[in-house]
Design a protein around this ligand. Structure first.
Ligand SMILES: NC(=O)C1=CN([C@@H]2O[C@H](COP(=O)(O)OP(=O)(O)OC[C@H]3O[C@@H](n4cnc5c(N)ncnc54)[C@H](OP(=O)(O)O)[C@@H]3O)[C@@H](O)[C@H]2O)C=CC1
Ligand SMILES: Nc1nc(=O)c2c([nH]1)NC[C@@H]1CN(c3ccc(C(=O)N[C@@H](CCC(=O)O)C(=O)O)cc3)C=[N+]21
Length: 289
């Protein structure tokens, strides 16, 4: 049995936001420009609405401008594209985030491709994904960036460690694998067609759950002492009938096995928003500088 450390993403993100607030103030003093983040939300998805609200609040607290565009669920794709083009051309907007998923009648790739890569603070544009893949300076996706920051804070150097990323989405799994490769990890990406997923997970010094299936990764899939990062945000009915959030990892089973683990909530989620604010300041510096 090991003593499992809790990786406090909420506290780490708070420290990061406090530092960012000072950096934003210095940037505003030096340039006279306030970094602006535009968030585009199409439709009324209640979970998305909560994220957008949190982002807006924390953006303002960091001293940046938050510009929200809420469009009805039946908005035509051309109207979304026209809004993105207007935001691309707006000098007060340094970062653009189009909340995903978009309604089914809208081609998300077409929308992402329209965002100016210099303003793509989500790092979802193919130009930024490509730059990340070939090792050039890129705006990298916020959730993967947050995961790597927590890992480096917990472990120091990640060089040579076996990392297993469960999930291969364009927004989490794939870019996270790229960032871990950049840290000299030996990276395995697992997915729904992986054979012997428990066995693959047991190889990991660093195990990442980015699947979207409540508590799918069991305690006995974890190598003793491994560092576990739980990206999953799943809403499930609790014993009291109320909804609660759980991750992709069976958190209680991991106790005494994992060396360290992120909780849900309070782990990766707050880091995503802090990294979004950091990317917005980076984008503003490059556009103004
Ligand atoms: N904390 C945060 O800030 C964020 C959290 N999230 C959360 O992270 C989770 C993942 O999100 P996202 O990447 O967008 O999800 P996607 O649904 O886009 O991708 C899920 C991935 O998991 C894989 N998968 C599904 N079922 C299994 C299975 N039984 N065994 C192995 N692999 C499986 C899929 O494989 P395949 O490709 O073969 O279908 C796919 O690659 C969600 O819970 C989401 O809410 C997302 C973004 C930010
Ligand atoms: N273009 C785009 N970019 C995204 O980054 C993006 C997106 N679309 N669509 C949805 C997912 C999900 N996501 C989260 C961000 C913060 C928390 C977060 O702050 N979670 C807190 C609180 C959770 C709560 O209590 O509801 C926590 O885990 O502690 C969660 C999830 C960003 N996403």
């Amino acid at each position: 049995m090991v003593e499992t450390r809790l990786i406090d993403g909420k506290a780490f993100a708070e420290t990061m936001r406090a530092r960012l607030k000072d950096e934003v103030a210095a940037f505003v003093a030096a340039t006279g420009v306030t970094p602006g983040l535009a968030v585009v939300l199409v439709g009324e998805d209640p979970a998305s609405a909560v994220y957008v609200r949190n982002k807006g609040k924390q953006t303002a607290e960091a001293g940046m401008t938050s510009i929200e565009h809420k469009l009805p669920a039946d908005t035509a794709q051309d109207d979304v594209l026209a809004l993105v083009r207007a935001l691309n051309a707006d000098p007060a907007v340094h970062g653009i985030l189009v909340q995903l998923p978009l309604p089914a009648h809208i081609d998300a790739q077409a929308v992402l491709a329209t965002i100016d890569p210099a303003k793509d603070v989500d790092g979802f544009h193919v130009v930024n994904a490509g730059r990340l893949a070939v090792g050039l300076d890129a705006l990298a996706p916020c959730t993967p960036l947050g995961c790597v920051m927590l890992l480096k804070d917990t472990l120091g150097s990640l060089a040579g460690l076996e990392a297993v990323v469960v999930g291969r989405s364009n927004i989490v799994g794939k870019p996270l694998a790229q960032l871990l490769l950049r840290e000299d990890c030996t990276v395995t990406i697992a997915h729904s067609r992986t054979r012997d997923l428990p066995g693959v997970c047991r190889r990991a010094d660093i195990l990442i759950g980015a699947v979207g299936r409540p508590e799918m990764i069991r305690g006995d899939w974890i190598k003793p002492g491994a560092t576990v990062i739980d990206v999953g945000i799943n809403r499930v009915a609790g014993a009291d009938g109320k909804n609660r959030l759980v991750g992709d990892v069976a958190f209680n089973e991991a106790q005494g096995i994992a060396g360290a683990i992120t909780p849900v909530p309070g782990g990766v989620g707050p880091m995503t928003i802090a990294c979004l604010l950091a990317n917005t300041l980076t984008a503003a510096r490059r556009q103004v500088g």
